[in-house]
Design a protein around this ligand. Structure first.
Ligand SMILES: [Mg+2]
Length: 218
């Protein structure tokens, strides 16, 4: 965790006697890929769902050749500045979190440069998900652990990216992991996460799994 992430975690006002849901943002509650694909289309590019990475998979419509990693970096940076605050919500996320927030505290943990914190916070608020937000970089395990230490109750962490779930397990073995993969084009590329409670493809499923985890049901 860098100093800014540590500062954000330190300022989270959480209750020790209430369970915790730590929830990723991109591809779990907001449509990052959909927004990025629209950005690509406007530039006569497209995303080839050949793996779970963007590198090597952004192609020109004209000849289907992949753009370079340097071009991709510039494209992503431009996209972040223009559109990161205007992503659409993933179906069912708002209703599920609102229902879950009746029995748990929700914290959004997103890997995003800190400079976009306010844009993301406003984007989430517009979709009815104005939960405390933490911006992070690198593995998520240290942040999951630091946030979890603020509650004595069960903790559920939900993310789409296998390495972040594995990092959470390594740093906080008691955390219940939910692997959320809503996009059938990319889900087959995501490896199974050892120790995950469930692998789900929609918020109806996720909600039931999280309710069971919070209540200690197997
Ligand atoms: Mg994500």
């Amino acid at each position: 965790m860098d100093d800014e992430t540590k500062r954000q975690v330190a300022h989270l006002a959480l209750r020790r006697d209430v369970p915790l849901i730590i929830c990723d943002v991109d591809e779990v509650v907001l449509h990052f890929v959909r927004g990025f694909e629209r950005w690509l289309k406007e530039r006569d590019l497209w995303l080839d769902p050949a793996s779970y990475e963007f590198e090597g998979n952004v192609r020109r419509r004209a000849d289907n050749r992949a753009i370079s990693d340097a071009e991709l970096s510039r494209l992503l940076e431009d996209f972040f500045h223009a559109r990161i605050g205007a992503l659409e919500a993933i179906e069912g996320a708002q209703a599920a979190l609102e229902a879950l927030a009746g029995e748990a505290q929700v914290v959004m943990l997103t890997n995003l440069p800190h400079v976009f914190y306010q844009a993301r916070r406003r984007n989430l608020a517009r979709h009815g998900m104005a939960y405390p937000l933490v911006t992070n970089s690198g593995p998520k395990g240290p942040a999951v652990r630091a946030i979890s230490e603020k509650s004595s109750e069960p903790v559920v962490f939900i993310d789409d990216y296998p390495a972040f779930l594995e990092s959470a397990k390594a740093h906080h073995p008691d955390a219940e992991l939910v692997h959320f993969l809503h996009d059938p084009r990319f889900a087959p590329h995501a490896r199974q996460v050892e120790g995950a409670r469930a692998r789900v493809n929609c918020w109806d499923q996720a909600r039931q799994v999280i309710v069971d985890a919070l209540n200690g049901r197997s």
